[in-house]
Design a protein around this ligand. Structure first.
Ligand SMILES: O=C(O)CCC(=O)C(=O)O
Ligand SMILES: [Fe+2]
Length: 199
C-alpha cells in the first residue's frame, strides 16, 4: 500500500494503513514492549501532579532535547530496532527525523488528550510520522479554532502497521487525540518520529 491524502482542509494528513506487513508489526510490538525503558511520567493538570494515562519513552540523537507538556525529556540512545524503523519511515515520508516519542496504551483506559504537536522546538510546520502497532484505536482530529467552522471532527482507525503523516499547517489548524474506549482493548504502541531543532 501507499500513502493517501485525507480530506482535511488546511492540513496535510496522509495515511498508509499497511505500511508494515502484519508479521513485522507483531514482531516489532513484542520487541519494543520488552526492550524500551517505559516510564509513567507525572504531568501537571489544573495545577495538580497526576500520572499520564499511558507509558512513554523518548529516544533520539543526544541533541534532540524536548519539552513536552512541561516535561524536559532527555532522549535515550537509539536502539537497533528503532534505527531500522526510522530508516523505513524517513524513506516513506521523504523527511529526516532525529527523535521518536513512544506511547504505550496498556488498555482502552489509557489515552491521549486533545493537543497539537506545536512545541517551539518542532518549528512552525513540523513533519510528524506516526507508526501504530498492536490494537487498533480511534484517532480523532478536530479544528483548533472551532469558531472558524473549518470542518466536523474526523475519526480514523489506526490499525497495526499503519503510518500516519501530519505535516504542513496541520498542527496550526487541528488538534488530535486518542480517546479512551470502553471496549475491551489490548495494548497499542505508537511511535511518533519528529525533527527537533537544537537549542
Ligand atoms: O498515539 C497516537 O496515535 C498519537 C500520539 C500523539 O499524538 C503524540 O505523541 O503526540
Ligand atoms: Fe500528538
Amino acid at each position: 500500500m501507499s500513502l493517501s491524502l485525507l480530506p482535511l482542509p488546511q492540513a496535510e494528513v496522509l495515511l498508509d494503513p499497511e505500511f508494515l506487513p502484519l508479521p513485522a508489526a507483531e514482531a516489532l510490538l513484542a520487541e519494543l514492549t520488552a526492550t524500551i525503558a517505559w516510564r509513567q511520567e507525572p504531568i501537571t493538570l489544573f495545577g495538580k501532579p497526576v500520572l499520564q494515562p499511558r507509558l512513554t519513552a523518548w529516544y533520539g540523537d543526544p541533541a534532540a532535547r524536548y519539552a513536552y507538556s512541561g516535561l524536559a525529556l532527555e532522549p535515550q540512545p537509539w536502539t537497533p530496532a528503532l534505527l531500522r524503523l526510522r530508516e523505513q519511515v524517513q524513506a516513506a515520508a521523504g523527511s529526516p527525523f532525529n527523535s521518536v516519542l513512544l506511547n504505550l496504551y496498556r488498555t482502552g483506559q489509557d489515552s491521549m488528550g486533545w493537543h497539537a504537536d506545536n512545541e517551539p522546538e518542532l518549528g512552525p510546520a513540523p513533519v510528524i510520522a506516526s507508526v501504530s502497532l498492536g490494537a487498533a484505536r480511534r484517532f480523532r482530529f478536530r479544528p483548533r479554532h472551532p469558531q472558524q467552522l473549518l470542518h466536523e471532527p474526523v475519526s480514523l482507525l489506526l490499525p497495526a502497521g499503519s503510518l500516519l503523516l501530519m505535516r504542513g499547517s496541520t498542527q496550526q489548524h487541528w488538534l488530535h487525540a486518542v480517546p479512551k474506549t470502553a471496549v475491551p482493548t489490548g495494548p497499542r504502541l505508537n511511535l511518533t518520529f519528529r525533527l527537533v531543532t537544537e537549542r
